[in-house]
Design a binder for this molecule. Structure first.
Ligand code: HEC
Length: 423
């Protein structure tokens, strides 16, 4: 019942999350685009008074007419009504994101976050680490950009990026690759929403209050908000990638998943920078393709790098029995990796996306099929479950498992060895 409710909650939350995020990011990209493309005012005599000088203008063809847009400083004596603010897209995205985090990862005691081949810590500790990471991450990021360092972006930006990659590395010591990627996405997404709440809207409120109190226009409010706006702008592509990464198991579960994450973050941020520079940088397209190809090559090498050349971290002694068994047999260990990289884990291991039966203790057990017949889950059954899942459907489950007939025979052997080891 708990799983069922969590499943439906996550369906609703995911839909709202995607919708709100599209509205938020769409807005944010359009506003930045307008800002970049704003033309300098034609002359000072554009009909506006000293109180509200024009900062720039722009004409955009859309829907059978021209939007003539003018950016100017607000005249405190003539505040337009209605004056639109943009914040609920961001808050809705964050709130639905929290619901998703709980209904997909924190449910079932947090086990969906963990990787039993890496650690033996309990699920509760994983949830605490995940929540703590979001809160602590914000405190560190916010303090860094409130400190004097904010005036030295050439230092503050690399430091921020290094801290993000370090956090990813830390979570990857305990979490499965998918959860580690999502944790970083949730942290950066939370920073973006908190930037809107505390800095962007916060400063807009102060700015409006000052105007209403009759104080002159103070550009400081705008400046403070703008830095965080810019951060949000450069975080959009990476956060989108991280949020979608559950669909890229070959990336999240690669042995080099964290260096790959670093390359992806940098490439997407640099790509956004190049896209923004296209009106003043004639080489933007060459640079963009160049960096994408370079990143592609780097990632391909990291994915293909033979795993036995990677120094595996020493296993913790608290790993428990199941973990020790996995470590002993290399076939089982390889099978465990395939189980994640071939997305079996998504459907068979806890969490609200679990569509299939749990496979713990399956080997040698008696399975009741949809037609009421019984079979013993021997090796042949496990093999055919992977290669021809539609031939024998387990009672009470949808016939939703795709065929994995494309796997190499050795890969199937490894998966079967792994399934047999599950107690
Ligand atoms: C899209 C979701 C999905 C994915 C991905 C998936 N499965 Fe399944 N699996 C199911 C469902 C649903 C069932 C139960 C219905 C059936 O028997 O086909 C099932 C059944 C099974 C069974 C039989 C279980 C039993 O209790 O008899 C085995 C074994 C199995 N899957 C192994 C795997 C392996 C190994 C992989 C990865 C190579 C995998 N599955 C990937 C959804 C999935």
């Amino acid at each position: 019942m708990e799983s069922e409710i969590a499943g439906w909650v996550s369906v609703a939350a995911r839909f709202v999350h995607v919708l709100a995020a599209i509205m938020w990011i769409g807005n944010s990209l359009l506003f930045t685009w307008m800002e970049i493309n704003l033309l300098a005012p034609k002359s000072n005599g554009s009909g506006e008074g000293k109180e509200n000088p024009v900062l720039g203008y722009l004409d955009m063809l859309h829907g059978g007419g021209v939007f003539h847009l003018q950016k100017r400083i607000l005249d405190p004596k003539a505040i337009p009504v209605p004056l639109h603010w943009f914040m609920w897209q961001s808050y809705t995205t964050w709130i639905s994101g929290v619901v998703l985090l709980v209904s997909v990862f924190y449910i079932h005691g947090g086990t969906a976050l963990l990787d039993a081949t890496k650690t033996g810590i309990p699920g509760g500790a994983a949830i605490a680490m995940s929540v703590g990471g979001i809160l602590l991450g914000w405190l560190v990021y916010d303090s860094l950009w409130r400190s004097k360092l904010k005036n030295h972006p050439a230092v503050a930006i690399p430091v921020s990026l290094l801290l993000i990659v370090a956090a990813a590395w830390f979570f990857n010591q305990f979490f499965n690759g998918r959860a580690a990627y999502l944790q970083i996405g949730a942290m950066m997404g939370s920073f973006m929403s908190a930037n809107v709440f505390f800095h962007i809207i916060g400063n807009q409120k102060k700015y409006m209050a000052a105007l209403e109190a009759g104080l002159p226009h103070d550009p400081e409010y705008g400046k403070a908000a703008k830095t965080r706006s810019l951060h949000n702008h450069f975080m959009t592509y990476p956060v989108l990638f991280l949020m979608l990464s559950a669909h890229f198991p070959q990336v999240t579960s690669a042995a080099w998943n964290i260096p790959i994450l670093a390359v992806i973050l940098l490439t997407l941020m640099y790509g956004k920078f190049l896209l923004n520079s296209r009106n003043r940088n004639p080489n933007w397209l060459v640079s963009l393709f160049g960096s994408l190809i370079l990143a592609g090559i780097l990632i391909a090498v990291m994915i293909a790098w033979p795993e036995d050349r990677i120094a595996t971290p020493p296993r913790s002694a608290s790993g428990g029995k199941a973990v020790e068994e996995i470590v002993i047999d290399p076939n089982v260990q390889a099978g465990a990796k395939l189980f994640v990289s071939q997305t079996c884990a998504t459907c068979h291991q806890g969490g609200s996306s679990q569509l299939g039966p749990s496979l713990n203790g399956i080997y040698g057990s008696t399975v009741i099929l949809a037609d009421g017949s019984r079979v013993v889950a021997n090796e042949a059954y496990l093999r055919s479950s992977i290669l021809q899942p539609q031939s024998q459907i387990v009672q009470g489950y949808p016939a939703a498992m795709p065929s994995f007939a494309y796997l190499e025979p050795e890969q199937v052997d490894k998966l079967v060895a792994y399934l047999k080891s599950l107690k």
